[in-house]
Design a protein around this ligand. Structure first.
Ligand code: NOJ
Length: 534
């Protein structure tokens, strides 16, 4: 495709907002949609991203903080109203920001009307909207599947005498995507939000919606890399997710969003756990008729060194069919904070990496100021996964956004003890206000890089060519028409000399923009340069 890279979701940068933690306008210690709206100018004009992705704000009992949806087409009162959402979309569009929302198709809440009906009796018309199975001999579980959050994936429902399937919490029953009525009902929810102006959907665990129709046992694991609970990693997940007929569902979803209003370019980005590349690229569809983007989490999984990171990028580039557009993620609401994973120094190189690679970057709120993984005292822990599997909690990466040094960090006027999660300890030093006017701050680096990425077609749509760099340095080129840029990143722990010639367009340590480099340049650990060669 000659024009690849020209669409907003290809050349743009997506910023993930966890609404509970972005901005509270009611003083209850929980962020809300009006809060997001009030901060959109920061995202559009100060930071300079192109799209926001909002984690779930739908009606929910919040067993998994909104990933348990009790009404797909309404806003939870904690977050506001549908009118608030409409106002958010209007303001985002006025500022030139696209709006992507989460969509949670694999499971609903057990409080959703559909499940209440389904569980009311074995012959309820919606019984088959979820996955029910009778117990085996002596009450045995229907199969050996386990929940990603630990424990069996089946819960026995006393009143109707059958088990129901839940790939996550028992409060998150899996919808039966083999029932056409479920497919229609879920498609209607997509239409609902498209009609309200939404530009795209982030599809929660989309690889899980179709399982083996016979629900066969999973074989024991040999070496599956871990993503969630330990018990989950004890099996090869060949039957409880990604059954081959899943791709037909993606094609249908794709036509749904492409055909709804062809004058609007919408995007589907799917959350898919890391798979071998050959399987992963299938999610784009054989003809590019599947998901626009399957999230690529490989940089998160990779060890942080030049060889491994280059390996991820080169493997991805080699695996992609010509129609498929790459993407990269360095953090989200399920992962340890980037700055805590790689360290403060390398977080600067990470910013440059994310914003100079070929492919759509998704930036997690707060990573632009280097927010750290917070230590959450046991009595303040919220994440159900962390409560079930100690040490696995995700609260530490979900703490309130650090806007300024006021007692509520500019996030909320509530008392510290009333914030839904405590602030990270360093919020008074590490926040947007202190970094905004500091040219050496991480925020300033992100702003420079975002401006540069937007201005340089070589960065936002050009091709990628790896170069041979010295040990510890990831060296590559970005090319577009006659432009040639070199990116050099020291991802190691010792200084390294690199041969760099050209004009500095961005650099991580200090500000050398405009300086001419002519040969040997020493890069400190975590240091990086973008240089215009021609
Ligand atoms: C993946 C989401 O990212 C995670 O936060 C959630 O707990 C599970 N899906 C279940 O919906």
């Amino acid at each position: 495709m000659s024009d690849i890279g020209h669409l907003w979701w290809q050349h743009g940068v997506v910023y993930q907002i966890y609404p509970r933690s972005f901005q509270d306008t009611t003083g209850n210690g929980i962020g809300d949609l009006r809060g997001v709206t009030g901060r959109l100018s920061y995202l559009a004009d100060v930071l300079g991203v192109d799209a926001i992705w909002l984690s779930p704000f739908f009606r929910s009992p919040m067993a998994d903080f909104g990933y348990d949806v009790a009404d797909y087409v309404d806003v939870d009162p904690i977050f506001g109203t549908l009118d608030d959402f409409d106002a958010l979309v209007v303001e985002a569009h006025r500022l030139g920001l696209k709006v992507v929302i989460d969509w949670v198709p694999n499971h609903s809440s057990d409080r959703h009307d559909w499940f209440l009906e389904s569980s009311s009796s074995r012959d309820n018309p919606k019984r088959d909207w979820y996955i029910w199975r009778p117990p085996g001999a002596d009450g045995a579980l229907p199969n050996n599947w386990v929940s990603l959050f630990g424990g069996p994936a089946w819960t026995f429902h006393e009143p109707t005498g059958e088990y129901y399937l839940h790939s996550f919490l028992s409060q998150q029953p899996d919808l039966n995507w083999r029932n056409p009525e479920v497919v229609d009902a879920m498609h209607d929810t997509v239409r609902f939000w498209m009609d309200r102006g939404v530009d795209g959907f982030r599809l929660d665990v989309i690889h899980m919606i179709l399982k083996d129709p016979q629900l066969r046992d999973n074989p024991p694991s040999t070496s599956q890399p871990g993503w969630f609970a330990v018990e989950y990693d004890a099996f090869e997940h060949v039957h409880d997710k990604a059954h081959p007929d899943i791709h037909e569902q993606f094609r249908r979803l794709r036509s749904l969003v492409d055909d709804h209003d062809p004058s609007v370019e919408r995007m589907l980005v799917g959350e898919i756990e890391p798979l071998p590349w050959a399987e992963w690229v299938e999610f784009y569809g054989a003809e590019g008729d599947g998901l626009h983007l399957p999230f690529n989490f490989r940089l998160i999984e990779s060890s942080w060194d030049a060889g491994s990171i280059k390996g991820v990028v080169d493997e991805l580039e080699a695996a992609l069919p010509s129609f498929a557009w790459p993407n990269y993620v360095l953090g989200n609401h399920d992962q340890t904070r980037l700055a805590s994973r790689v360290g403060d120094q390398q977080a600067r190189a990470a910013a440059m990496l994310l914003l100079t690679l070929r492919g759509t970057p998704t930036l997690y709120y707060g990573d632009e100021i280097g927010m750290h993984q917070a230590d959450i005292p046991p009595d303040r822990q919220q994440d159900p996964f962390g409560r079930r599997v100690p040490g696995e909690g995700r609260d530490g990466c979900r703490t309130p956004m650090q806007w300024d040094a006021t007692p509520g960090a500019g996030f909320s006027t509530a008392d510290a003890s009333a914030l839904w999660l405590p602030l990270a300890e360093d919020f008074a030093k590490r926040n947007v206000a202190t970094q905004l006017d500091d040219p050496g701050s991480l925020l300033s680096l992100y702003r420079n890089l975002l401006r540069l990425r937007r201005a340089e077609p070589a960065l936002n749509r050009g091709s990628y060519r790896p170069l041979d760099g010295p040990d510890g340095v990831f060296l590559f080129e970005r090319l577009h028409e006659t432009t040639e840029l070199t990116v050099a990143l020291n991802l190691g722990s010792v200084p390294v000399s690199v041969d760099l010639t050209g004009t500095v367009l961005a650099n991580t340590n200090g500000d050398h923009r405009g300086k001419e480099l002519d040969g040997t340049t020493e890069l400190l650990p975590g240091e990086g340069f973008v240089v215009r060669v021609r």
